[in-house]
Write a protein that binds this ligand. Structure first.
Ligand code: DON
Length: 592
């Protein structure tokens, strides 16, 4: 009851119609354990493992194997992931880099034609060129070895059972298939779903239309793949028959073949790395460092905002939107220049989060929009480099878990674009990623500087994924969060941290606030983006008034659009775990 009153009073203070406010999703509370994912079946699989005494790492494996089946457009065995993990036994926080890796045979001309120009993004996306060596199966094994309690085989049971008995295709999946089919010249002349296995799985071959929502789908090939993984471990994926099928799918791509080899697969390794952390309002915000830009960019936003007093304001105040979008501009300026795979280039990790450096960056912010912000010069050593781009997509999912032992897991998992590169490995039931499109296609800038995020063999493309765990000053977990959304992940995650720690919103209220973003682009029409409110999902607000105040009062160029975050949040409180799930996707909270 208390929570509901809080929600209503917050909405009324914004002048929001009460009907919308009361219809909004509400936070859920559990006593011992919680899992929040972007799909109810994945949440149920994780909750079952937690109930059976599994750890957050165990539950993640059940969730990930289920997501690969029921949300196949977003993540799976053929993709990669980043995890921030808090281990209650040792009180330590670590991060796991299971990012897809460029094959050994590629070079910096991977996405260039003979004239040295970039090939079209569509050709890179829908081809074998963009497939990185998948990290998810090795990651699952690594997490189980380090942090698991239940037998490995048991964690695969929910997804194997579901794949055999079938599930109902979601509206989201069906709509995304339809969206991609509509981009083809004709059904015969197909780039999207050019692969016959993926075509037959997702499309009605008679009508060439997406299978409708509610279609009962079985995936026996996937069930067999999972049985092998359960029986033989991750080696069965990286060597032997499954590896051969992956290589064959990549090297025989009907559009453009890629070079991935059996050796690339056999050589794949998960890398454990230290988290990157920054203090924000007395909380230690910890995230994923390079090759993701997520932790550093979220950290820079928090570090810039720390210089402003937001007490007593609310998240849709014009001043808050202004400050947040300016902090985003500043963070993206540095992120684009300095961040790439730190095993290949020197990234100024500490310098980018240096308190004094961020004070000087915050001092740039005035009453009006800054326009495109140039990168700063953080203290420390770094490689010369140059700005790069990154597009939002739909091929990613976020999972937050806290178990009964106090372990916490924040994982963002991805195949990059919706349905990855569009190829389902024949006879194996999972899709391949197109993660290498996260590299910059050109190795040098127009002035000849080397770009930090250029393609190199064995390198991992820069990511924006920002799985985050916030610790209090006693080192105890207070918040677990993250989101999909391409480069917009950074803003979604940082704003959520602000909503909780500056405005005292509960996890669901924090998700329900409409988003605002600025990725420091040069666009003259929509550098600052405001989210169009969605009835029953986000708070209503006077978006037109905010738009004109920002434009006329502060010189922003504003666009209003749909923003597809997929946040999942768990807050650890003295009275239990409080969860929020993003209904912009099919978010679901489970646990007891
Ligand atoms: O690693 C990255 O930043 C992107 N490949 C993530 C893509 C993504 O979030 C698409 N989203 N929904």
């Amino acid at each position: 009851m208390k929570k509901r009153l809080l929600t209503i009073s917050f909405c009324l203070s914004l002048g929001v119609p009460a009907a919308w406010a009361t219809d909004l999703p509400q936070a859920q509370t559990t006593e011992r354990e919680m899992v929040v994912t972007a799909n109810p079946l994945a949440t149920a699989a994780g909750a079952k493992i937690l109930k059976n005494g599994g750890t957050a790492a165990d539950a993640m494996i059940a969730v990930q194997t289920m997501l690969s089946l029921v949300e196949p457009q977003s993540s799976g065995l053929g993709g990669g992931a980043f995890i921030v993990y808090y281990d209650a036994e040792t009180g330590t926080t670590t991060t796991i880099d299971a990012r897809e890796t460029a094959p050994a045979a590629v070079d910096e001309a991977l996405f260039l034609n003979e004239e040295g120009n970039s090939i079209s993004f569509l050709d890179a996306w829908q081809s074998g060129l963009s497939v990185g060596v998948p990290g998810v199966p090795r990651m699952m094994e690594y997490m189980h070895t380090q942090y698991g309690r239940l037998p490995w085989q048991r964690l695969f049971v929910p997804a194997i059972t579901q794949a055999q008995k079938g599930f109902s295709l979601t509206q989201r999946t069906s709509e995304q298939v339809a969206g991609l089919l509509a981009r083809n010249a004709s059904c015969e002349d197909r780039l999207f779903f050019r692969d016959p296995t993926a075509f037959n799985y997702f499309v009605d071959s008679e009508t060439c239309e997406a299978k409708p929502a509610g279609t009962h789908i079985k995936n026996k090939d996937y069930a067999e793949t999972l049985k092998r993984l359960a029986r033989d471990g991750a080696d069965t994926f990286y060597t032997g028959a499954i590896a051969q099928d992956i290589v064959s799918a990549v090297q025989n791509d009907p559009n453009i073949p890629g070079s991935m080899s059996l050796t690339d697969l056999a050589d794949y390794q998960v890398i454990e790395r230290p988290p990157v952390c920054i203090l924000y309002r007395g909380n230690n915000v910890c995230g994923m460092g390079p090759p993701s830009s997520g932790g550093l960019a979220v950290g820079q936003i928090m570090g810039v905002l720390e210089n402003f007093d937001l007490a007593g304001k609310n998240p849709l105040d014009e001043e808050v939107v202004h400050l947040f979008t300016q902090a985003m501009r500043i963070a993206f300026a540095d992120r684009n220049k300095y961040v790439g795979d730190s095993d290949f280039i020197t990234v100024p990790v500490e310098g980018m989060l240096d308190k004094q450096y961020l004070e000087t960056r915050a001092a740039l912010i005035g009453e009006n929009d800054l326009g495109v912000v140039d990168p700063g010069t953080p203290p420390g050593v770094f490689d010369p480099s140059a700005p790069g781009m990154n597009e939002p997509g739909a091929g990613t999912s976020h999972v937050s878990i806290v178990d009964r032992f106090g372990n916490a897991l924040s994982m963002t998992t991805t195949i990059e674009s919706s349905f990855g590169n569009g190829v389902m490995v024949a006879g194996r039931g999972f899709l391949l990623n197109n993660q290498l499109t996260d590299f910059n296609f050109q190795p040098t800038s127009s002035t000849g500087e080397l770009i930090a995020n250029r393609v190199q063999p064995g390198k991992r493309p820069r990511s924006s994924m920002a799985p985050t765990i916030v610790l209090d000053l006693d080192g105890q977990v207070s918040l677990v969060t993250g989101s999909p959304g391409g480069s917009r992940i950074i803003g979604y995650t940082a704003k959520t941290v602000m909503n909780v720690f500056d405005f005292g919103l509960d996890p669901q209220e924090a998700i329900n606030v409409p988003h605002y973003q600025n990725t420091n682009s040069g666009s003259s029409t929509s550098a600052t983006v405001l989210e169009a409110p969605i009835p029953g999902v986000t708070l209503d607000y006077d978006v037109a008034a905010l738009e004109s105040n920002l434009e006329e009062g502060r010189g922003h160029a504003v666009g209003v659009t749909t923003l597809n975050s997929g946040l999942s949040l768990i807050q650890v409180t003295p009275s239990g775990l409080v969860g929020g799930a993003d209904m912009r996707r099919d978010g679901a909270i489970g646990g007891r």
